[in-house]
Design a protein around this ligand. Structure first.
Ligand code: SF4
Ligand code: SF4
Length: 181
């Protein structure tokens, strides 16, 4: 990612990308949804100094955009994916459903993004070893957002996430391989 990181912001105990983002590198391959074996849950990477280049350069959007601490993925259950950001599309990878999704802060932030003309997509993980599914939902959510109708927005979000979760998930085809050290 080319965007600079927010100074002083650290991942802390969050390890959600090390769990939910698949890796298929020569030196490290791990399926979607399985915590990297080099990761200490709640603490971070145990091979930080020699981690793959991909791990050095991949950051979720919470690390580069002024979102509150409540948006940190281990708290919110949402990894805001960096891909698409520079072309005006935001993908919320909802790895866990939390109360944050029905809170005012989430609604207000989504409303702000849509008012700026950004497009919104939702994505959810399937069983371990399968590819996440994703759908663009801007037009579906927009009327509720424009009306400030948080109750309808919550219903539509739930419907979207339920629909995605019921999708047939394709295997990611990744065979576990650990050769960093
Ligand atoms: S998901 Fe974001 S905050 Fe969490 S460990 Fe990855 S980069 Fe850090
Ligand atoms: S090598 Fe480290 S940074 Fe990369 S996925 Fe594993 S635990 Fe995370």
């Amino acid at each position: 990612m080319d965007l600079p990181l927010i100074p002083g912001r650290e991942c802390g105990p969050c390890v959600e990308c090390c769990r939910f983002i698949p890796l298929d590198l020569p030196e490290l391959a791990k399926p979607t949804g399985s915590l990297c074996a080099y990761c200490v849950d709640g603490a971070g990477c145990s091979v930080h100094a020699v981690r793959p280049q991909t791990c050095r350069t991949w950051f979720c959007v919470w690390r580069v955009v002024e979102l509150s601490d409540a948006w940190r993925p281990d708290r919110s259950g949402i990894i805001v994916r960096p891909d698409g950001l520079t072309t005006g599309e935001i993908t919320l990878y909802v790895v866990r459903r939390t109360d944050f999704l029905t809170g005012d802060e989430f609604f207000d932030t989504v409303a702000q993004w849509l008012s700026e003309g950004l497009r919104l997509a939702l994505s959810v993980p399937g069983p371990v070893g399968t590819l996440p599914v994703r759908a663009e939902v801007t037009d579906y959510l927009l009327p509720a957002v424009a009306a400030g109708d948080t109750a309808q927005f919550d219903q539509l979000m739930t419907r979207c996430l339920d629909s995605l979760a019921a999708h047939e998930f394709e295997p990611d085809g990744i065979e576990t391989r650990y050769a960093v050290i």
